[in-house]
Design a binder for this molecule. Sequence first.
Ligand code: AHR
Length: 325
Amino acid sequence: MQHPRRSLLVLAAAAAACVSALAADTGAPKLAQKSSYKVGFAQSENNNPWRIAETKSMQEVAAKCGWQLVVTDAGGSAAKQVADVDSMIAQKVDLIVLPPREEKPLIPAVMKAKKAGIPVILVDRNVDQKVAKAGRDYVTFIGSDFVDQGRRAAEWLVKASGGKATIIELEGTTGSSPANDRKKGFDAVIAKNAGMKIVASQSGDFARDKGRQIAQSLLQAHPGATAIYAHNDEMAIGAITALEAAGKKAGKDVLVVSIDGTKDALTAITQGKMGATVQSSPFFGPVTCKTAQRYAKGESIPPWVKVEDKFYDTSNAQANMADGY
Ligand code: AHR
């Protein structure tokens, strides 16, 4: 058995090592002030209007911001997105702009960039806040309040249904921050309304055809459903196709509400097939450029640069069609 005094000394040494490691952690890497930067944008996938608009927004701002932009497409794989960040680190980019596909798997990539002295700005999606922190591990998170988006969709549904609905929920990508938070916000409001019940909730991976397939099987299992809440417009459009195939009138027999504000969703609202959509802006280029410039100047950046979102229903969808993408 170890002598008690020796154990104490070992503990004290370990504590000192921890303190000095913390003291040595000077936070997220800095960004030098230069006239041009090599910037990596590691897109998670480019297979839907939202992602395409986000990538385009980055590409459009690049020249104005003095960025030589390296864009990768992880094709819907978190592992590939990690590898893409790895290759940006190897190319010694000045800055990495990252929409992490899922909350946990991308944390090692953020940490590796930090170790390499390359600042990371998270856009649109976040990482697990219990493990990685803005200001310490990455510069900031620029994005919407996904919990609030879910809450706003639910509040519309409570009103439109008169507080009585049997709901099917189509969730986004499992383990992603928008899927987790949009569910949290929506389910919390529904739980407070005795006449409203979520009878099924399943992931459609934010994809139109997956949304259609899941909606089809959930409608078969729950023929009495009166509402569908989709975590994004692509799945909502897929659900409308499933409803029509089942001989139901979308927007009448079954209310449909979702999130994003794509052109197809705004059109579906004007056609009466969808009730409402909460905007989730994909236009991150200008705000990311501005934030990076402020960071390079040494200004302090808040941990969350919040993006404000609009709301579209029958009262304003047609007038705001130009917002769609
Ligand atoms: O992270 C934002 C979400 O990702 C959008 O709502 C969705 O359409 C996209 O794939």
